[in-house]
Design a protein around this ligand. Structure first.
Ligand SMILES: CC(C)(COP(=O)(O)OP(=O)(O)OC[C@H]1O[C@@H](n2cnc3c(N)ncnc32)[C@H](O)[C@@H]1OP(=O)(O)O)[C@@H](O)C(=O)NCCC(=O)NCCS
Length: 170
């Protein structure tokens, strides 16, 4: 029903740079039991030509990030996280919208991810954005050998997503 303005301030999105890594590490450690290292992010930003990472800012302050690999016409989400204090205010949804719009814009037709079977919050977000479960990777997570649920969604054609572009930016 209410898709926007559930938070005060100006929301914006931009590409992640090396200078963002300290802020990203704070969010990463708040969000994941197996956080990526600084080196992993640095490698993604400098050496991985398939990787695209974005920062979500509220009033110029980084409060979330998301990344994906774009290979052939399939996008693979590597991570998405919102600062703990800002969760539950539709910002994760806005971030995923932006990532999916970007994926469609660069020509991706489908998008996939893995999510812990216990992470029902993230699964709820993904289902809301059109992802459906398509399989299980047994023991995917090395900390507790938890299974990963694989989810996929179709993306709109690049033309239609480009047409929507300006309308969601506030
Ligand atoms: C997953 C995450 C990005 C969602 O961001 P968020 O800003 O908290 O979520 P939103 O407010 O945009 O909510 C979007 C949807 O997520 C689900 N959701 C969010 N919070 C929830 C909660 N506390 N309980 C159940 N579902 C919830 C709902 O489906 C919600 O849609 P609704 O509000 O219309 O019901 C955020 O919780 C996060 O950073 N978690 C830690 C990192 C993580 O687990 N990342 C995913 C790894 S696969």
């Amino acid at each position: 029903m209410e898709e926007s303005n559930q938070f005060p301030g100006e929301l914006s999105f931009r590409l992640m740079t090396i200078e963002d890594i300290p802020d990203v590490m704070v969010i990463e450690h708040e969000s994941f039991t197996l956080p990526w290292t600084q080196e992993a992010f640095r490698n993604e930003l400098t050496n991985n030509h398939f990787a695209k990472y974005m920062i979500m800012e509220l009033d110029g302050k980084p409060i979330g990030y998301a990344g994906m690999w774009t290979i052939m016409d399939e996008a693979h989400i590597t991570n998405i996280a919102v600062r703990e204090a800002y969760r539950g205010r539709k910002l994760g949804e806005r971030l995923l919208d932006e990532l999916m719009r970007t994926a469609a814009y660069v020509g991706m037709k489908r998008i996939t991810l893995e999510v812990r079977v216990s992470n029902t919050v993230a699964q709820g977000l993904y289902e809301k954005k059109g992802f459906t479960p398509s399989g299980i990777r047994k023991g995917y997570y090395s900390d507790n050998h938890e299974d990963a649920l694989i989810m996929w969604a179709d993306l709109p054609s690049a033309e239609s997503s480009a047409g929507e572009e300006g309308s969601e930016q506030e």
